[in-house]
Design a protein around this ligand. Structure first.
Ligand SMILES: [Ca+2]
Ligand SMILES: [Ca+2]
Length: 251
């Protein structure tokens, strides 16, 4: 399982900087072309271009509202809640570093009945927060965020920001130890009927990524080939008995 201290949205701001510079360069180029056609005495220097970049940055920031949220992953999975099923419970129940993404609600990076991506396979089998994070960024997410691994029962809180267009969140964490089981939500829209919710709590159930055929929490690696669709784990008492919650709160 990967180990990493909390890392916050670095890629997003790197990408944003590139966008700002592109906007600034475009404005500078347009001004230069305008000057050539009008014959106006306007020389475009690096300073002018930098000023254009700063103006574009200010304009972008003034028009984009970032709404801060926190999400608390509270795990209740323990011998006290889940020892009665045929699966039992492992000796050291825990969850991998949660990885989240902020994106448009029209995007959905996983759901039951579909095949898991390579990144989701790595997360569900090994607890790796990458490459599923870069998969989501490459797929249109505006930012990604991370928590820390923790024993269950326990909890971790993460922070992120949404916008009016990127108002949805996807959040994933491996059930550990397990063959390819995970908890998560896909494309939860924090904007309902046009307004951002102040608080929202969702029960968590275990899913099988369909990428390893191990049948118990501790089992030898057994790659599922061909890959099976993602499914809710049907073993009792897991169904109808959540293993925890995600609680989103507007800050
Ligand atoms: Ca499986
Ligand atoms: Ca596999």
């Amino acid at each position: 399982m990967q180990s990493k201290s909390s890392c916050q949205s670095i890629l997003f701001f790197q990408n944003l900087t590139l966008v700002y510079r592109w906007i600034g360069r475009t404005i500078g180029t347009c001004a230069l072309v305008f000057g050539l056609f009008t014959g106006s005495h306007c020389s475009i220097t690096d300073t002018d271009s930098d000023q254009a970049i700063n103006l574009a940055l200010l304009a972008f920031l003034s028009q984009t509202e970032f709404i801060p949220y926190s999400v608390t992953f509270k795990a209740t999975w323990s011998a006290a809640t889940h020892s009665g099923g045929t699966l039992g419970i492992p000796a050291n129940p825990h969850f991998s570093i949660p990885v989240g993404a902020v994106h448009s609600p029209v995007l959905n990076f996983w759901q039951t009945g579909q095949r898991a991506s390579n990144g989701l396979e790595k997360l569900a089998e090994n607890g790796d927060f990458t490459p599923v994070d870069s998969e989501m960024l490459n797929g249109g997410a505006i930012s990604v965020f991370y928590g820390t691994a923790f024993d269950s029962p326990g909890s971790v809180t993460m922070k992120f920001s949404v916008t009016k267009d990127a108002s949805a969140v996807t959040l994933l964490s491996m059930v550990a130890p397990s063959p390819d089981w995970f908890v998560g939500v896909g494309s939860v829209d924090l904007k309902e009927q046009g307004a951002f919710v102040s608080s929202k709590t969702m029960d968590l159930y275990m899913y099988d990524a369909g990428t390893d055929s191990g049948a118990a929490f501790i089992a030898a690696d057994l790659d599922t080939n061909p890959q099976a669709p993602i499914s809710l784990i049907a073993d009792t008492p897991l169904v109808g008995n959540p293993v925890g919650t995600f609680t989103f709160k507007r800050q």
